[in-house]
Design a protein around this ligand. Structure first.
Ligand SMILES: *Cc1c(COP(=O)(O)O)cnc(C)c1O
Length: 453
């Protein structure tokens, strides 16, 4: 018996969908093609899509389209539906709340679920110091607020982000994000007082964690100066940047430097949070305790919610009325979050993430041993990636990643790519996926890779 068998996140998923890959048309089928034509006419061209299908239902490890195709989901809507799509307990919590009240604005008339989410986040985030939280709508909004809070607390302005970092699509978070295309190109001018430091990228820089930290700290000290620096923000494992796991010792050295220099250390755990890495947070993987932590994506089983959680004295530095927003901590999203966090804590999710890691790493390292184009396999829990390279030069091979991803989707497996060079194949399955379906998805990936030249 595996942890999957004991999850109330049943393999049948929310709407009781058969857990199978089933293609009854080519992808996209006629109904999906119709929607995509309307999308092209009605929706701004800048809003893209990965899989050309019209989703009509999802649960367990599948997404079903309007033509009756059932696709294996290895992306969880970018690490969001970690507990499974339309999880029955999340659905019930949402239904109950939506019939009670939909909105008061927490800043007008507060309600229990917002406070309960804050209490839960204060309890489950790393560190046993006094913590407080504030809730928002999106990851980018949480990052913006974490920076606001750090600046107010330190009375300093500069912020350091890292190479390959991704923090969102609003003006300040674009500035924090490293990659120009597609996130920033043509959208400037960007927010000022943002600086970039080199990351630890063991596959490509060949440095130990302490060596990479020394290099980063030298850049920070020489180019910014601790006296000017409010915060350092980093994803403990980078998401969009390529699932880059820093070398051992890198993150603790950066945290230690921040602490010694009056700089707020912010862990952006929007992608890595909530059982994804086999720990509740990726900071736990590395044994670090951030001053502030930003969360979103997996927090509410698919409903939009985000948070900043951190040291009470830092969180309380802002004047009354300085933080908030009309919808932040919406009661329906909070009800979903409480049900979702309960599943993370009490439904074997951490164990399940580690089982998924064993399967993914086992299959992908076997692929790597057989195919020199798979240069690196890395990650933790249900957040694992393979980096595709030219076997002779070691140069990133984005075209190969794109070709394999396209072939997988045509075969009914939704996969995502990422990375500064676009050559990283990432796996973010929902923890509700069955072992069989995960293996079948990986069979399709292996066949697509073998067929790609
Ligand atoms: C997705 C993501 C964001 C932005 O979140 P949105 O909800 O899309 O605004 C920020 N940081 C990280 C690490 C992310 O993965």
């Amino acid at each position: 018996m595996t942890a999957a068998d004991t999850l109330t996140t049943t393999p049948l998923g929310g709407p009781g969908l058969p857990q199978e890959r089933r293609l009854v048309t080519s992808i996209p089928g006629p109904r999906s093609q119709e929607l995509l034509a309307r999308k092209a006419d009605a929706v701004a061209a800048g809003v893209g899509h990965t899989a050309p299908v019209e989703a009509v239902a999802a649960g367990g490890g599948v997404i079903v389209d309007a033509d009756g195709n059932s696709l294996i989901d290895l992306g969880s809507g970018i690490a969001v539906t970690t507990v499974g799509n339309a999880h029955p307990k999340v659905v019930a919590a949402v239904q109950e709340q939506v019939a009670q009240f939909t909105h008061t604005c927490f800043m007008i008339a507060p309600y229990d679920s917002y406070v309960s989410v804050a209490e839960a986040l204060n309890r489950i985030t790393p560190g046993d110091h006094a913590k407080k939280s504030a809730l928002f709508n999106s990851g980018a909004e949480a990052v913006e607020n974490a920076i606001k809070i750090a600046r107010k607390y330190t009375k300093k302005q500069a912020v350091v982000a890292f190479d390959h970092g991704y923090h969102g699509r609003t003006n300040l978070t674009m500035a924090l994000t490293a990659k120009a295309m597609p996130y920033k190109s043509g959208f400037g001018p960007f927010a000022s007082e943002v600086y970039r430091a080199p990351l630890s990228y063991p596959y490509r820089d060949g440095l130990t964690g302490p060596e990479a930290a020394k290099k980063a700290i030298s850049v920070i000290e020489k180019q910014v100066g601790a006296d000017n620096l409010a915060a350092v923000i980093i994803e403990p494992i980078q998401g969009e940047g390529g699932f880059i796991v820093p070398a051992e010792g890198f993150l603790p050295a950066i945290v230690e430097w921040c602490r010694a220099n009056g700089v707020v250390f912010i862990a952006d755990e929007i992608q890595t949070g909530f059982a994804r890495t086999g720990e509740m947070f990726a900071s736990d993987v590395f044994g670090i305790v951030p001053d502030l932590i930003t969360t979103a994506k997996g927090i509410a089983g698919g409903l939009p919610l985000a948070a900043v959680t951190g040291r009470a004295e830092i969180m309380d530095a802002s004047h009354a009325g300085g933080l908030g927003g009309t919808y932040g901590g919406n009661p329906i999203a909070c009800a979903a979050a409480l049900a979702t966090i309960d599943l993370f804590e009490n439904d074997g999710m951490l164990e399940r993430a580690r089982e998924v890691e064993t399967i993914l790493k086992g299959r992908l390292t076997a692929l790597q041993a057989a195919d020199p184009r798979v240069g690196d396999v890395r990650g933790h829990g249900a957040m694992i990636a393979a980096e595709f390279v030219d076997p002779v030069t070691g140069e990133p091979d984005a075209a190969l990643a794109a070709a394999v991803a396209k072939a997988c989707i045509a075969e009914g497996v939704i996969v995502l790519t990422c990375g500064t060079y676009g050559n990283v194949f990432r796996f973010l399955p929902p923890l509700s996926i069955t072992d069989d379906l995960l293996h079948e998805g990986l069979d399709v990936v292996a066949a697509a890779l073998a067929a790609a030249s």
